[in-house]
Design a protein around this ligand. Sequence first.
Ligand SMILES: C=C(O[C@H]1C=CC=C(C(=O)O)[C@@H]1O)C(=O)O
Length: 339
Amino acid sequence: MTDIALFRLPGGRAWIGQGPFESFTEAPAGGGVFYVNDFDLSDPKPWKKPAHLVEVGPESLAQNVGWNGAQPPHIQWAKPATEWFKMAFRRIRREVLARRLEKMVPVLTEQGTITEGDPVRLLERVMSAPANTWGYAWLQGSQGFLGASPELLFRLQGGTVETMALAGTAKPGDQAAFLTDVKEIEEHEIVVRYLSEQLGHLGTVEREPRGLCQTTGLLHFQSHLRVKLEQPAEAAALVKALHPTPAVGCLPREEPWLDRLREYRSQLNVPGFFGAPFGFIEPGDAPTCHMIVAIRGLSWAGSEAKLPSGCGIVGGSAFDHEWRELRLKRESVVTMLGL
Ligand SMILES: C=C(O[C@H]1C=CC=C(C(=O)O)[C@@H]1O)C(=O)O
């Protein structure tokens, strides 16, 4: 099967890119190009231009991708062990209580085995994911990742950058208590403050009041932010300025803490795509660049599948509560993908 990239906007417009892909350090003119990287931004040529790009809808997906008789996958998940995550949780919390660290987002990964079927069929699910999410996929031979993320890293259009803080989580039924939950509000406002500071270097920042975002089985705090650029900015420079936000990284966003986070991620077997920027520049002369945070998805290599979820640890975090939140986030992905 050819290599495939997919990007679907909240409104439903979507593009499929088919390989081979040509890689670039800077986004080539004319758009129609995907941004694919890992959490550490280790690919120096993250802009991927497909040999063939087509705008698709849910009905035209199959004829553009061609399933070749492939069936949706069955995945047998193994229950995740608590030990390593518990250790990371305790160490992070200790640093937070000592006021050396404000927040860090460790990630737990559930491992699975694809017993039959082909993950390519999950593209249909990504296309029909909730309307307030961005669908993404990157399929390379027998490996890849895909999902539907509720989190925008930024949208760059003309001289305006829009972004959002998305952090703080509850079950939809717990809304009344969530709205006044001091720990969840703190977790969220840390991300707002970080984004306001980073964007403040580019122009005057406008922030909308804190609101709610509901996706498959989950409720989050969400705040929209916008800045009119004083000088033109490249998408790649914005990625470097904003990623990783404390919704998936840490604060302070300094190398020693990022190193610590990388250490936890590697101990906990986290796939590189998780929390990384994933983007698409629409084709055209004055194109819009959409850059999202790749969460709420899974990855696979051969028959091995990985399902990661992360949770922000602040001073008020309790292990059992966070462990439940991690499970709810993974269940949300499993439900969304119909697995
Ligand atoms: C890291 C994840 O979610 C982020 C987005 C929304 C809420 C989050 C939270 O409450 O911790 C996370 O920052 C994930 O889904 O694995």
